[in-house]
Design a protein. Sequence first.
Length: 311
Amino acid sequence: MKSRVLFFLLIFLSYHANSQEEFTDVTYQLYLDSIESTLVFEKGTIQLANGVAKITIPKGFKYLSGKQAEYILYDLWGNPKDDSKSYGFILRENQHVMDDNSYIFNIEYDEMGYVEDDDAEDLDYDDLMKDLQKDEVEENKIRVKNGYEPAYFIGWASTPYYDRNKKVLHWAKEIKFGDSEENTLNYNVRILGRKGVLILNAIAVMSQLGQVKKDIPSVLTMVKYNPGYKYEEFDSSNDHVAEWTIGGLVAGKVLAKVGFFALLIKFWKIIALAIAGAVVAIRRFLTGRSAKKEEIIEPLNSRETPKSMDE
């Protein structure tokens, strides 16, 4: 039903495009501003809500809480909800969350247990890539059945690498959604701990790979496990050992949710303009009046955007 409404709104807006060329740019910026004004960014040292780790945000970066991050992921970007929980976003200080050229690191935690790393040097990542590409056939059937475009694992954007000293695993996948012209970058970082794994997932597009890789060292210095949760504090007599090893972390599900929001980022400007533009265009058509700035702001602010995401 929602997709049908958006379809007709898009048609309606395109019909009025010639008379609203100046309107659309203004509307887009107002929509950006209306969302950004509700977000509360933080600096300094932040304790994650689960008490497992803390994040120290340096100059040049900022942090957005988990509650606000989930609002953006699910309500604004339209990601399918699952059992994972976001503990916030890390992003560059000069970027807006909804900017076309921005990207974020989404923070999650999987309490899977202590991940043994004995297999790190024995893995053949080329073979693993081929296995993942075979698995995507069945996964795409599920995606299409649920109304999403198929997604294809093109290859490693950055080959998996495990830093044994720091207990950090990272890799990057290039993923293509449907017939999208620009492929999605899914840059994964896993920080091993005593009871689970901290997940830092960069949500970006392939053209941003260089910037993401440049920021990875800075991001890794921000996140620290609290006492009692550090990898070296593992107690073999009491603690649970994870079923997955290093290879299992890399071989986790590729297409269930990963990168879906990056696809939406590419088209969300059109959708936002369609919703706001149709409201104002209909009003103009019925009244014969020209659109005023307050008419544009009203439908944008009437979207489900709370006064403050931390309230």
